[in-house]
Design a binder for this molecule. Sequence first.
Ligand code: ADP
Length: 271
Amino acid sequence: HHAMDIEVRIMPYADNQLLLIARDVTQLAKLERMRKDFVANVSHELKTPLTVMQGYLEMLDEPEMLPARQVSKAIHEMSAQTTRMQNMVSQLLELSRIESSGPETFTDEVNLAAIIRSCGKDAELLNQQKQHQINFALDDSLTVYGNADKLRAVVSNLLTNAIKYTPEGGQIDISWLRRHRSAEFKVCDNGPGIDPIHQSRLTERFYRIEADRNSATGGTGLGLSIVKHALEAHRSRLNLDSEVGRGSCFSFILPPELVEQTQAANSREPA
Ligand code: ADP
């Protein structure tokens, strides 16, 4: 049962009477709370790296007192914090750009298979130390109408997450295939999996699971909210099928009206 926010006004009516007007402002109040939370979150997220940087700067104020090893550690750490803030700001900008663009009519033809391959290459950099086995099943004949930048953001965030959160030697399966008249993208990993209590909240801005929040190599918690909004623009949504200890499958389906329906693809016969 949810609480309701009510705005009440009382005004004089006829003789000896008062008029009471009650308005349900639950939705408005909720939006206002979300806005305030958002500002608080951004401030907090930026404050942490700045505080860390401040500490190192103070330490470096008298570098002749420090062993060289400490100096280089401080510089390395400050550089990591700067990168973190840069990522956060660019993700915030991307999120606000994606959120503020209204409903779209798409005319661009997008070959998502090519985008997936190129994101896969970028993700390989991340993968170098991890030695995951990454498998692709991509239909190159599948053309969709959409916004290539937004779809790239979706794929890139989902692939990066799969690699980031799956421990060394994991397996990652990526597919982009026709499903009747629609098209489905799917990335499955055999990483830690996600508890049901977190699953529905993952696309909230800044939401991270506690264990990841505490890890030093933290992300921003903005990736999946970018994914959510970019998919909404394509009349699609993010699906998650995950079990703790077994892994996670993130997927989305693009509706038939955004998928090019070719005769050849429908009636292709085995050679
Ligand atoms: P970020 O990766 O920057 O923390 P995201 O919004 O992309 O933010 O993801 C939110 C959270 O969801 C992550 O912090 C992580 O806890 C969890 N998560 C995302 N993808 C996976 C995955 N493939 N396996 C396990 N946990 C995941």
